[in-house]
Design a protein around this ligand. Structure first.
Ligand SMILES: C[S@@+](CC[C@H](N)C(=O)[O-])C[C@H]1O[C@@H](n2cnc3c(N)ncnc32)[C@H](O)[C@@H]1O
Length: 246
């Protein structure tokens, strides 16, 4: 079976490693994404937004927004939303800001910040999203605490990411693709084989879908759950901040 590469950083320097890696691949990130997912990520992102069911006119924060894919999807779904994307990698945010005049059908704001310490007041948002990023953070529990802090009572969080398929055949097929093919294609289209070797290896130590749901519940999310997509190689986790919507 395919084995992970050894390009993972140690826990201590993971934040810096991840930021510098995304800075390197930022200019070709969107093109590489479309090729690596064969365009299917568009459908997964739409599903995540359906699970969020954002209230009309609501303020939504997209964590680790990168070049803005989830932000622009949210605004295509409902232009009445006010969406704030936050990311700690300036070149990824430059990409998002460059796309905004063409793709933002409504209010899109991009803020530089670390999702481990969100630069927003308590109870600020009517919903939160995160796409393909939770594997990259230093401390998942800290991020979940931060999401709960900035959400208003009754608001939902949806996290879309790759996951560990429960079916052995699916898992083996996906591992082969993720650990062997992704670095190769990523090297050609994305411009950095090293970066696209780290991305799959970030799944190796990531909790499986059940364990991640448990983290959501332990952090304090009500109705913590998840939906498997693509045989469980992708998962959308969700939860609601306790309390009634104002
Ligand atoms: C794989 S990209 C995903 C981008 C986007 N969400 C998407 O769906 O295409 C991961 C992003 O997470 C950002 N990131 C990782 N750790 C972060 C942190 N602690 N705080 C803010 N952004 C972070 C990276 O800079 C990068 O832009």
């Amino acid at each position: 079976m395919a084995t992970p590469t050894t390009t993972s950083p140690t826990a201590g320097d993971k934040g810096t490693f991840v930021r510098e890696m995304f800075a390197r691949i930022a200019p070709r990130y969107d093109a590489a994404n479309r090729v690596l997912t064969a365009g299917m990520d568009e459908r997964w992102r739409r599903r995540a937004i359906a699970l969020l069911a954002p209230p009309a006119g609501g303020a939504i924060v997209d964590l680790c927004c990168g070049t803005g894919d989830v932000v622009f999807h949210l605004l295509r779904t409902d232009p009445s939303l006010a969406v704030t994307g936050v990311d700690f990698c300036a070149p990824m945010l430059d990409g998002a800001r460059a796309r905004a005049p063409r793709e933002a059908r409504g209010s899109a704001t991009f803020v530089e910040g670390d999702v481990m310490a969100l630069p927003f007041a308590d109870n600020s948002f009517d919903g939160a999203t995160m796409g393909f990023s939770l594997r990259n953070v230093v401390d998942i529990d800290q991020v979940l605490r931060e999401v709960l802090r900035v959400l208003k009572p009754g608001a939902r969080f949806v996290n879309l990411d790759v996951s560990k398929a429960p079916n052995k055949l699916w898992k083996r097929t996906f591992d082969l693709y993720f650990y062997r093919v992704v670095p190769w294609i990523g090297g050609i289209v994305g411009g950095s084989k090293q970066a696209y070797s780290y991305l799959p290896s970030s799944l190796t130590n990531h909790p499986n879908a059940e364990a991640l749901r448990e983290k959501f519940a332990r952090a304090g999310f009500a109705d913590a759950g998840f939906e498997r997509i693509m045989g469980g190689t992708i998962a959308a986790h969700y939860g609601t901040k306790p309390g009634a919507r104002a």
